[in-house]
Structure formats: structure tokens, C-alpha cells
Ligand binder design. Structure first.
Ligand code: SF4
Length: 472
């Protein structure tokens, strides 16, 4: 609790969920700091606690409910925000996410949905009035970030116009709402100024950026620029950082940024990396899933991308055992993986989510079949991923250093092929034959000679630092 009447009020914060929820947390934290509140990671130091929840799958709901319970037990004054708060009722008799929270934890002070900075701030103001003299000057221009200083998420839009049958995100977050390009670029420039070396572009559907704005023209540094995917990526490519694209669907206009990926080198530019959640290969399964761009010829498109950008890394996720998936549709997916040579792959056994339309599809498969098919996909993919990764051995790679592993006596970093948290790492060891010390710093780029690979990670020898820490 704040120590004296003049001490600034203290807000504790618990942030759960995906990178999009993390960005929501960052916005709330930035606003709190701008208004002069203190932030604490300790329940006992806080005047109240905000819990940002996730409501995507049942495990995430339980984790969120447990976090609310813990915050109530340890502190007693809790405001809940996030996806669980906006989760709709599952069926006519069902309970909304807010009802569920209020039934299990009637003492919570307020519940809001996701992407609701203004509502959360209003609830905080009611329970814990903001200090009279806000410390606005103390807030860094780029806001408060929860990711490491050097890698920053940039959320370009919220919500989604699609209605994939396994997903309830549109019912929780609504249709696509893109941020005007001037606003996005101002945030990106502030992140770079604050020392970010990598910008991770996220949204529910990054390639649809600007559709809702009808690609309206906005101003970037006084220049008129349309709020559209291709223009956005071209603007970001001018910044002095790595730019990594997530949640891109294989629409034809994605081809318009391939030249930027082909030209990328060193410590800046749009990385030859695409995170494309394909979910399946068989046209019938994709149709039942109502996937965006399901009519596109994904294999041909991937092969054409690889011809244009030979070092392109493709990450994707798939669902095994979707309702009605036949043996031959499952086999179609395995054959597709052999052909597509995806670099980084995640596969989930289909699991029904409360409120998702796919629950009503005929042909639900038993859990053991869904899991066996997931295992088969992962086993099929393992040698493909290992072979793709082995192409790095013998190359000099630019690596962004994430941390120091004192026990192992190495630095841990990532190449252009690895997004933080979800992909692999590079272990960087000093050259045993060199008297030069390792000068690379966490959050900076260095050159590494790659000497080994396994299924997911690389190992290499430190060559030289490529960037030095910013002075700011
Ligand atoms: S594209 Fe599909 S899976 Fe992704 S958020 Fe939209 S509805 Fe959900």
C-alpha cells in the first residue's frame, strides 16, 4: 500500500494471455504511469490490482480465474480486464465471461473486456483517484513495455472480419479496426528511439491491415501515405531495426513486400520471415474451418515465395483432428508438409472452445484420435524442420542477443529465422582460439559463425559485435 497520503497510489498488475493482450497491458501501464500512479509487481505493495485475463481456451480461462482468486486473496481490491471479460455466452443458456467472473469472484470491483484502456482507467479512477500532480514528464515517449527492451510488439489493428469456425476471437474483440498509419508509425519511431532493435508486427490478421479504413490516406512525417498493408510494411522497412511480420494470411498482395524481404540484410529491414497460420492443407477442411484465403493455392504460393526469397523462413500452425477430418484429409496434410518444407511448425489437437461454431459440425473425432494425429504431424515434421535448420551450419549469421546464460557460459540470441518465445535460439560461445573477448551486449546484434544445429536450435562461435548499446 502507498506509505503516506502524499505518496503516489500504487497499482499491481497481472498480465496473462497472448501478445495482443500484452500490448493492451502495456497501454494501460503507460496510461497509469502518465497519470502519476506507481506500478508494483507485489500484491502487498499495491492499493489495488488489475488482472488482464485470457479467455481463448478452457485452460486459459481457468488460469485467469485462478489469477483473479489469488489477487483477491492477497490484496482484496481487484479490477479485471481482458478477453475473458468480453467472452460471449456459449449458447442460449450459457454464461458470459463477465457472469462467470462475477459468480466465482463476486468481490471484484469491476470487469471490462479486451482492448479497453479507457474503461479500465475509469474503474481505477473510481476506486483509486489519480494523484493531483501527474508525473507526465517522467513517462518515456515510447510508453511502458513488458517485453525485453530490444524487442517490441507493434499492434496495427484489433479484431477480425473473418469467422473461422473454431475461433471466438471476433465475438470477443469485434470486427477489424485498424489504426491509422500515422499513429502506427509514430509508435514505431518512438520504440526505435527508446532502443528497440526488433519490431514484431502483430494483429489478428496483419495482411488485412487498413481494409476497414478503406485504405484511407493519413500523414507520416508530413507525407500522405495510405493506411494499407503494403504501404505500412514499406514505411516500417525504412526504420533502423529488424521488422518481423506475424499473422499474415496468404493473400496475393503479400507478394508486394517480397522484394523488401529479398533485400534485407544486416541489422535492419523486413525480415525474410512469415508467420502464416495455415491450420490445414485440405480444401474441404479449410472450407469447414471458414479460413481466410482458403481459396488460395497455398503450396504454389509458398513455392513462388521461396523462389523470390530463397532464405525465407515460414512459420505456421496447424490443427489436427478437426471435426469431420478423414484419414485421407489427414494424409493430405502430411503430404503437404513434405512438399511445403515449413521451417517452424506448431500443431494442436483440435479442442472444442465454448461458443465456437465448429462444435456443431458433424464428425467430431475422439480425443485419442485427435491427439494421435497431432503426434503424427509433429513426428512427420521433425526431420523436415531439422533439415531446414541445418542449412544455417557453416554460415555467418546476424544474431540479436537476448540474454546471457552464466551457467552455460554463452550468450543466447536469435537469427532472422527465430521470433522470440515461439521459435528456436542460437547459443553463442566465445572462439576458443581467439584472445579477443566477447563484446556483444544483450539487446545488440553480433555476427556468429554457425557450427551446429539440432531439431530446433543452433550453436555458433562469436565473431564480432555489429551494434553498440544506445546512449539513451
Ligand atoms: S482469422 Fe480466424 S482464427 Fe484468426 S482471429 Fe479471425 S476468426 Fe479467429
Amino acid at each position: 500500500m502507498s506509505a503516506s497520503p502524499s505518496a503516489p497510489p500504487v497499482v499491481g498488475f497481472v498480465s496473462l494471455g497472448c501478445p495482443k493482450a500484452l500490448v493492451d497491458s502495456e497501454r494501460i501501464l503507460t496510461q497509469l504511469k502518465a497519470e502519476g500512479y506507481e506500478i508494483s509487481g507485489q500484491y502487498e505493495d499495491s492499493d489495488l490490482v488489475v488482472v488482464n485475463t485470457c479467455g481463448f481456451i478452457d485452460d486459459a480461462v481457468q488460469e485467469s480465474l485462478d489469477a483473479i482468486g489469488e489477487a483477491l486473496h492477497e490484496n482484496g481490491r481487484v479490477i479485471v480486464t481482458g478477453c475473458l471479460g468480453s467472452k460471449p455466452a456459449a449458447g442460449a443458456q450459457g454464461e458470459t465471461g463477465e457472469d462467470l467472473i462475477r459468480r466465482l469472484h463476486p468481490k471484484v470491483l469491476a470487469v471490462t473486456g479486451a482492448h479497453a484502456t479507457a474503461e479500465v482507467m475509469a474503474a481505477i479512477h473510481k476506486e483509486l483517484p489519480k494523484p493531483h500532480d501527474p508525473f507526465i514528464d517522467l513517462v518515456p515517449e515510447q510508453g511502458i513495455r513488458l517485453t525485453p527492451h530490444h524487442s517490441a510488439y507493434l499492434k496495427v489493428s484489433e479484431g477480425c472480419n473473418h469467422r473461422c469456425t473454431f475461433c471466438i476471437i471476433p465475438s470477443m474483440r469485434g470486427d477489424l479496426v485498424s489504426r491509422p498509419i500515422g499513429e502506427v508509425m509514430r509508435e514505431a519511431e518512438a520504440l526505435v528511439k527508446s532502443g528497440a532493435r526488433e519490431i514484431l508486427v502483430i494483429s489478428q490478421d496483419t495482411s488485412a491491415y487498413g481494409v476497414d479504413l478503406k485504405y484511407r490516406t493519413d500523414f507520416v512525417d508530413g507525407r500522405p501515405v495510405r493506411s494499407r498493408f503494403t504501404e505500412l510494411i514499406r514505411e516500417l522497412s525504412q526504420l533502423d531495426v529488424w521488422v518481423r511480420l506475424h499473422y499474415v494470411y496468404p493473400y496475393p498482395h503479400v507478394d508486394e513486400v517480397l522484394d523488401l524481404m529479398a533485400a534485407q540484410s544486416g541489422v535492419r529491414g523486413v525480415l525474410p520471415y512469415l508467420d502464416i497460420p495455415l491450420q490445414h492443407s485440405h480444401p474441404e477442411v479449410l472450407r469447414r474451418m471458414k479460413r481466410p484465403a482458403s481459396g488460395e493455392k497455398n503450396l504454389e504460393r509458398i513455392q513462388a515465395w521461396r523462389r523470390a526469397v530463397p532464405n525465407l523462413t515460414i512459420r505456421s500452425t496447424f490443427i489436427a483432428g478437426f471435426p469431420g477430418e478423414t484419414e485421407s484429409e489427414h494424409q493430405h496434410l502430411l503430404d503437404f508438409l513434405t512438399e511445403a518444407q515449413i521451417d517452424r511448425l506448431g500443431c494442436f489437437a483440435y479442442s472444442p472452445v465454448d461458443g465456437a461454431a465448429a462444435n456443431d459440425l458433424p464428425g467430431a473425432l475422439p480425443e485419442e484420435v485427435r491427439e494421435a494425429r497431432r503426434d503424427a504431424v509433429m513426428a512427420h515434421q521433425a526431420p523436415i524442420a531439422a533439415a531446414r535448420l541445418s542449412r544455417w551450419v557453416g554460415q555467418r549469421a546476424v544474431v540479436l542477443v537476448d540474454e546471457l546464460d552464466i551457467d552455460e557460459g554463452c550468450l543466447i540470441g536469435r537469427t532472422t529465422a527465430d521470433a522470440p518465445e515461439i521459435d528456436g535460439i542460437v547459443r553463442i560461445y566465445p572462439d576458443p582460439n581467439s584472445r579477443h573477448t566477447v563484446e556483444a551486449a544483450v539487446g545488440e546484434f553480433c555476427e556468429v559463425e554457425i557450427t551446429q544445429s539440432d531439431d530446433y536450435d543452433l550453436e555458433g562461435i562469436y565473431m564480432k559485435a555489429l551494434t553498440q548499446p544506445h546512449s539513451n
